[in-house]
Design a protein around this ligand. Structure first.
Ligand SMILES: Nc1ncnc2c1ncn2[C@@H]1O[C@H](COP(=O)(O)OP(=O)(O)OP(=O)(O)O)[C@@H](O)[C@H]1O
Ligand SMILES: [Mg+2]
Length: 389
């Protein structure tokens, strides 16, 4: 996790956006230094109107700091932040059409749900009848009308979370910032609330930047994800893009699990590549930007591998060119039956361990492989990602 990767240009990180769409939020070369530490290090990022953008990364990578600069609670060391074309760096938090919901909801314990939602509106001096209308709208939106008179401690965690959201949306911000919005909820409730939250955000039409360290949450909720490490954004893309075509080892390893094989490019043809690895020769059925002799890593997701105790028939392979390639042998070190899938750790003859998952699609087709069995593990050339960083 400590390893840092140099990323060449910004266009590698963020694919070009639709030229017609002017970005709603533009973050340009933002830096935040605390003493000598770069908490956020040269982040450039465009967010479209109505988008739910998730910042994903391990603890301490700078997610909250970036969000706090958007909200105005931290002043950037360098860089610009434009909202609808206007530079907002000089504006105080209350002058920004932005609302931030914090890691802990910070509801006022002595106020009712109704008064919690009305709090910011009263402080802004909104007329009483207008406040009443707005609070009722918000209660409708988060489906808490029957709970209006309760105090926060009389609500479940999920209900408290919805009050906090209603309070954040009451002033109709143009940009909603969510820092670990569901961190306080247990796993089951979290999953349900993720979808409710997306629904509400879409209904209101607000743009949203959320921070999470839960990759499933980011993939469920976000239109795009930015993966952060040590103050930098390493890759930006739609969930599927980030998962299926990670641009470096950190992203491949951070999102889901991955088997990484070291190798050097041996054959570099336009439509395929062969990589000579320690474990096997790798056939890759697409071109790469690289040259013969270059050191690379070959990444294969565990669910894209096939595990069996017999060697595959030639006809089972994706193409004749793959026969004898993309295949390793080893012994099952341990396995975990997880219900919907089984995970195998296979120790290869080289000493490396690969992880293979098998989906238990039908009750009676569960494989009968056991720890200690000698197995063949193979995969398709089209399921491989070659990583140069
Ligand atoms: N006020 C501060 N003064 C000094 N250092 C700070 C301050 N705020 C944050 N940092 C440091 O900046 C780095 C990034 O912190 P930040 O809170 O943004 O991380 P994060 O990604 O939100 O982590 P987490 O997932 O744990 O919330 C950390 O090394 C942290 O110690
Ligand atoms: Mg944080």
């Amino acid at each position: 996790m400590q390893e840092s990767f140099l990323v060449a240009t910004n266009s590698d990180i963020q694919p070009a956006m639709n030229a017609a769409a002017t970005p709603f939020l533009q973050i340009e070369h933002i830096v935040k230094k605390f003493d000598e530490v770069f908490a956020v290090n040269d982040v450039t990022l465009d967010i479209a109107q109505g988008e739910i953008f998730a910042l994903l990364g391990s603890s301490g990578c700078g997610k909250s700091t970036l969000l706090r600069m958007l909200a105005g609670f931290e002043v950037p060391t360098a860089g610009r932040i434009l909202l609808a074309g206007q530079d907002i760096v000089g504006l105080a938090p209350y002058e920004r059409p932005i609302n931030m919901m914090f890691q802990s909801y910070a509801l006022f314990p002595h106020l009712t749900v109704w008064d919690n939602i009305a709090f910011g509106l009263r402080r802004d001096g909104m007329a009483k009848p207008d406040i009443a209308t707005r609070v009722e709208q918000m209660l409708d939106l988060v489906q808490l009308k029957p709970y209006a008179k309760r105090k926060p401690h009389q609500l479940s965690g999920g209900q408290q979370q919805r009050v906090a959201l209603a309070r954040s949306l009451a002033k109709r911000p143009k940009l909603l910032l969510l820092d670990e919005p569901l961190g306080a909820l247990d796993a089951k409730l979290r999953q349900r609330t993720q979808l409710e939250l997306v629904d509400i955000i879409h209904q209101v039409g607000v743009s949203c930047v959320m921070v999470t360290h839960d990759q499933e949450e980011a993939m469920t909720m976000a239109t795009r994800i930015g993966v952060m490490s040590e103050g930098r954004i390493l890759q930006i893309g739609e969930p599927e893009e980030i998962y299926e075509t990670p641009n470096c080892r950190f992203v491949a390893d951070f999102i889901g699990s991955v088997n990484l094989f070291k190798g050097t490019v041996d054959v570099d043809a336009p439509d395929h590549v062969v990589i000579a690895g320690t474990e096997c020769r790798h056939y890759v059925s697409h071109g790469i930007t690289g040259t013969t002799g270059m050191a690379v890593h070959v990444a294969v997701r565990p669910e894209k591998m096939v595990i069996q105790n017999t060697s595959p028939l030639d006809g089972e392979r994706e193409s004749a060119a793959e026969v004898g390639l993309n295949i390793v042998q080893g012994v099952i070190e341990n396995l975990a039956y997880l219900g919907s899938l089984t995970t195998y750790h296979v120790k290869l003859d080289s000493g490396a361990v690969v992880k293979v998952t098998h989906t238990n699609a039908a009750r009676h087709t569960v494989t009968h492989l056991q720890a200690g069995d000698r197995v063949h593990v193979w995969w398709c050339g089209s399921d491989v990602v070659v990583l140069t960083q």
